[in-house]
Design a protein around this ligand. Structure first.
Ligand SMILES: *Cc1c(COP(=O)(O)O)cnc(C)c1O
Length: 443
């Protein structure tokens, strides 16, 4: 089967095909989140039967080494035995109470102790809720309406943040969503990532009107784009000078690029921090936190309203606490760094050997391989990548049992469950894939 970019796409197994047809009759596009539809690489998704450690299995019995890891949360790999034991124990005690438990304070304390910027933290159910609430709080605290974000940064599907919003939007070619009122978009200014001068200019032109600057301190939603040296520091300076709140969306990077997040890794302390993904251990959890005086504006003690029926859910808290506890053990991030570096270097060497132009990026265990020769530093340069080549590479790996993100503009994730053997096997498979791309000719 060929897709419309001329890429050879292997047929899915019968069961995956049947289940996708079934799903499409009840669910828009057959999926509950757009990127899962594989439209970024021109094919169909596999349906999952089970997953453990570094491996995910589809309903047709095919096994993949998985570098999607549920799009970031599963830093310990699938179904980590200690996390699963906590979850099983908790389900025996009840799954939701709508009343406080000690577990909520335990996870909150772990977050406060890990992240330099966080003194108080509120649990929510998703990264989207976290960024939405943080923006509301920043506006409530400053009494200002305008927010600055960056092209290609994704902060969940919040109305006023769905502007130049990366991955899903990039892949689908719809940077803005219908249904977002123009009035909302008017209060959002989106600038090129890594461009401090652009920020400085806009801030001067809107003096006293900007509530916050929100960004991914390492962008993971246009592929991985690290902050240039001085970018985060420069934003901190501008925010201090102009009384603007600096908001780090660490939904991916929190407990991913290090136990102390991107703020610990780069030594720049924001005013507010958004979390999600890893802190839920695979369950729906988000959180936002920051300076005490700002967080004290949140209801019930403050006048910024925010609530959630299932927020602080006991099963999710238990999974999150155990995940962070395991991550806090000696040498965990060193091992992740080593495995990720071996993978990154191996893939790059294989590409070079076959004369395939790539621009690899990596921060800790989040990695990308852009099919381009130019340095990727922002949305515009990321978009210059050859997505048809990425699709060829993706399908060659998929056939051989390696699951990469089905889009050039998503981050790959290494977990603690990825063994040296998994990494070696992946590099060998990629080496053959690059070889076939060259011998196959064309783009
Ligand atoms: C995934 C993500 C979100 C949204 O989180 P959801 O749990 O999907 O709502 C927000 N910000 C960033 C940086 C993300 O990667």
């Amino acid at each position: 089967m060929m897709n419309d970019t001329g890429t050879h796409v292997p047929e899915r197994g019968e069961r995956s095909k049947k289940l996708f047809d079934l799903a499409k009759s009840y669910i828009p596009g057959g999926v509950n989140s757009p990127v899962r539809a594989f439209s970024g690489v021109g094919g169909n998704p596999f349906f999952v039967s089970r997953a453990t450690g570094s491996r995910i299995h589809d309903v047709d019995g095919k096994e993949y080494i998985d570098y999607v890891c549920s799009w970031g949360p599963l830093i310990l790999g699938h179904a980590h035995p200690e996390v699963m034991a906590c979850v099983r124990d908790q389900t025996e005690r009840g799954v939701s109470y709508g009343a406080p438990t000690e577990m909520e304070s335990t996870l909150a304390r772990m977050i406060v102790e890990a992240l330099p910027a966080v003194e108080l933290v509120r649990m929510v159910n998703s990264g989207t809720e976290a960024t939405m609430s943080a923006i509301r709080l920043a506006r409530g605290f400053t009494g200002r309406d305008i927010i600055i974000k960056f092209d290609g940064c994704y902060h969940g599907h919040v109305d006023h943040l769905l502007i130049q919003a990366g991955s899903g939007g990039l892949t689908l070619g719809v940077p803005d969503s219908k249904g977002v009122p123009a009035d909302f978009a008017r209060n959002t200014i989106s600038l090129p990532y890594n461009d401090l001068l652009a920020v400085d200019t806009v801030v001067k032109n809107h003096r006293g009107r900007i509530a916050c600057i929100i960004l991914e301190p390492v962008c993971g939603n246009m592929g991985v784009v690290p902050p240039r040296e001085g970018f985060l520091e420069g934003l901190r300076e501008i925010c201090d000078r102009e009384d603007i709140l600096l908001v780090f969306d660490e939904v991916i990077t929190g407990f991913r690029v290090g136990y102390n997040g991107a703020q610990g890794r780069f030594g720049v302390v924001p005013d507010l921090t958004c979390l999600g993904k890893v802190i839920g251990g695979g369950f729906p959890v988000g959180a936002y936190g920051g300076r005490r005086d700002i967080m004290e504006q949140v209801a019930p003690i403050g006048k910024v309203y925010q609530a959630g029926t299932l927020s602080g859910n006991p099963v999710a808290m238990r999974a999150g606490i155990k995940t962070l506890e395991v991550l806090g053990r000696e040498g965990v991030y060193d091992r992740l760094e080593r495995a990720s570096s071996t993978l990154d270097k191996g893939l790059t060497a294989a590409a070079e050997e076959h004369g395939v132009d790539v621009f690899p990026t990596r921060v800790g265990s989040m990695f990308s391989m852009f099919f381009t020769t130019t340095e990727v530093r922002d949305h515009a340069t990321a978009k210059g990548s050859d997505t048809a080549r990425y699709a060829r590479f993706f399908w060659a790996l998929q056939s051989a049992g390696v699951n990469l993100a089905p889009s050039q503009f998503e981050s790959g994730f290494v977990s603690t469950a990825h063994s040296d053997h998994d990494i070696e096997e992946t590099i060998a498979i990629a080496d053959r894939a690059f070889g076939s791309m060259v011998s196959g000719g064309g783009g």
